[in-house]
Design a protein around this ligand. Structure first.
Ligand code: HEC
Length: 240
């Protein structure tokens, strides 16, 4: 391109109020991209985050959890699924589990086709800005909720209490435990601790609570804190 053509092009861009793709646009992106890669590279040389513990197929009480940046997906389906079932829509869970995400992803693909409005100032685009804010709040809320669910509740959850205090004697289907140890009852019989998989249809919540507070038969007094009993009773009552 000679000087004259250059000038001509420059004027054309100016008239249209746009900038040339190269070098204005692409070069900048290239530089930012390279800087980002360089930063990551240097970071990886000096920082060595731990990889977590080695997988243990024998650990039946393991609570699988996604990486934190996927907590929002998990938590959305946890919370959403809960309210979905409260609404009595369990039969239609494909709407929540498949249709809703499919519509969300399809919308992302369609946005550039639907939204052809060239305005670039955010405040002049309330709908798109609103959707963006909604998206950020959505991700933020469910991520935070997921962090809370994993870091705070898991330690308290009944199956962790079961694992640490009950699983040496009792078995619950899906949660493991064992009944290998026979226990001597006060009357001198040897019995196996009962399978608790369906204890909710055998004992009432009050009976379960009584067994935990003042164990009968060969079950030892475990001196469970009241909070643990409060968590365990509804949990066990639901095993039907
Ligand atoms: C040292 C072994 C042992 C431990 C630990 C133990 N249990 Fe038991 N548990 C027993 C035995 C033995 C019985 C049967 C008592 C009987 O039949 O009279 C029993 C009975 C029960 C029952 C009544 C079940 C039924 O069908 O009658 C419940 C509920 C129960 N245990 C819950 C628990 C919970 C919850 C924990 C942990 C917080 C726990 N147990 C820890 C040995 C144990």
């Amino acid at each position: 391109m000679n000087d004259h053509e250059h000038e001509h092009k420059a004027k054309e861009y100016q008239d249209k109020g746009v900038v040339p793709f190269w070098p204005e646009h692409l070069l900048k992106e290239l530089v930012v991209g390279l800087v980002a890669i360089a930063v990551l590279f240097v970071f990886s040389l000096f920082v060595h985050p731990s990889l977590g513990h080695v997988a243990d197929p024998g650990d039946w009480a393991y609570v699988p959890a996604p990486d934190w940046y996927f907590y929002w997906v998990e938590n959305f389906f946890d919370v959403g699924g809960y309210y979905w079932s409260v609404l009595g829509l369990v039969k239609y869970d494909w709407i929540l589990m498949f249709l809703v995400p499919a519509i969300g992803v399809a919308t992302l693909y369609l946005v550039p086709f639907i939204d052809r409005y060239p305005e670039r100032r955010l405040l002049k685009r309330p709908l798109m800005l609103g959707l963006l804010m909604f998206g950020m709040l959505f991700l933020g809320y469910f991520t935070a909720n997921g962090v809370y669910a994993h870091d705070t509740l898991t330690a308290e959850e009944p199956y962790n209490i079961f694992k640490s205090s009950c699983a040496t004697c009792h078995y619950i289907q899906g949660l493991g435990g064992d009944q290998t140890g026979a226990v001597k009852t006060p009357t001198g019989q040897w019995i196996y601790p009962p399978d608790l998989s369906h204890v909710g249809s055998i004992l009432s919540p009050a009976q379960i609570q009584a067994q935990l507070e003042n164990p009968k038969g060969g079950m030892p007094q475990l001196n469970l804190p009241p909070a643990a009993i409060k968590d365990l009773v509804p949990f066990l009552s639901n095993l039907k």
